[in-house]
Design a protein. Structure first.
Length: 367
């Protein structure tokens, strides 16, 4: 693949639409490959901020910097007003916005905002069971569960521990990670999307899906969250047992990739199924492989990640759709609920992050 050309494409698309999204954010998904801006009210708003910071790092272009700093203000406002914060995706929101801002610019106000966000995430922790609740009222027995995605939210807490030296952040992140790997990963190293505990006894109950094909199948993006989430957990904890777990969940993901290495939306589907793909799952998994390779070299995994990126860049970008303001086609939000293939804001972010990792293997990540 032509790495520089791929990066340049993301730069050109984003630059062309900076004014369009100056006071708004791309939503979760596009419509006919076009995002229509919305206010900072979604769980996905942080991904656009992450794209702006990545492009500023890659190009030094102050237009990306100025836009990112402008958007940062809305994350403080969202926190102060309590706008749609009753979920675990606080990590997605504030790691790629305020933590990234602080790491790149040293802005103490953004550090404070990110720490305040970490405190909100901490409130979703159930100490009796050892997990951060994904959605719903905290006293609702039907919502007493966590999901695989949260492995990507707890880095906010690991980071908070690093910058404050307050052990409570690390302890909650670590306990949630342990609860996740002990329960949501099946014996064959596939994953459940979501896992329920008993509200009264606080004991594990059962794994189910919310966005996968069935409770017994393996949702592709969920498996990719596991690949990347475990790599990030290893980054912060250096717990040796995570190496084998990472290897096994990654092997499972790779085992069910089709010929062009871009998974269908659930790993139970393969070539000839007629089902849609999920390019976002491919980009997420590539990021996880690139991250883990910094600590444990794995030539096989790296070849797969490179093939994924080659396939994405050559066959799944919006280059042939000049009307689009996204990067990747064939992203899948919730096929189970009738969604069609589109650009996804997180797929675009992780694609660009993976390109950054290929260009700069020692990139100091925002997570």
């Amino acid at each position: 693949m032509n790495l520089e050309k791929s990066i340049k494409f993301t730069e050109q698309v984003t630059k062309a639409h900076l004014k369009e999204f100056y006071d708004t954010f791309p939503p979760e998904t596009s419509h006919n490959l076009v995002y229509v801006g919305k206010e900072n009210i979604s769980w996905t708003s942080g991904f656009y901020e992450g794209i702006l910071w990545l492009l500023y790092e890659l190009t030094g272009d102050k237009d990306f910097y100025n836009s990112a700093k402008h958007h940062s203000k809305s994350f403080r406002e969202r926190l102060d007003k309590g706008i749609d914060l009753e979920h675990h995706d606080i990590g997605f929101l504030y790691t790629l916005s305020c933590v990234a801002d602080y790491k790149l610019t040293g802005d103490e106000k953004q550090k404070r905002t990110a720490l305040d966000a970490a405190d909100i995430l901490m409130k979703r922790y159930h100490p009796e069971a050892g997990f951060i609740q994904a959605w719903g009222e905290m006293n609702d027995p039907g919502s007493y569960r966590f999901i695989i995605d949260c492995l990507m939210n707890i880095p906010l807490l690991f980071w908070a521990n690093e910058v404050t030296d307050e052990q409570r952040y690390f302890d909650v992140a670590y306990r949630h990670m342990k609860t996740t790997v002990d329960n949501i990963i099946r014996d064959d190293y596939s994953t459940y999307h979501t896992f329920f505990f008993d509200y009264k006894t606080h004991r594990p109950l059962e794994g189910k899906t919310a966005q996968g094909y069935s409770d017994d199948s393996c949702w592709s993006r969920g498996q990719s969250w596991a690949v990347y989430g475990i790599a990030l957990a290893y980054h912060y904890t250096k717990e040796e047992s995570l190496i084998e777990i990472f290897n096994n969940v990654t092997e499972y993901f790779i085992k069910y990739l089709p010929a062009d290495s871009i998974p269908y939306w659930d790993l139970c589907f393969g070539d000839g199924s007629g089902e849609p793909r999920d390019t976002s799952a491919a980009a997420i998994a590539a990021c996880g492989i690139f991250e883990m390779n910094k600590y444990v070299k794995n030539e096989k995994f790296m070849k797969v990640a490179e093939k994924i990126m080659e396939s994405l860049s050559e066959n799944y970008t919006t280059e042939k759709h000049p009307e689009s303001n996204g990067f990747l086609t064939d992203g899948m939000y919730s096929r189970k609920y009738g969604d069609e293939p589109e650009c996804t804001s997180w797929g675009d972010y992780f694609y660009l992050e993976a390109l950054m990792r290929m260009k700069n293997p020692d990139w100091k990540m925002y997570w």
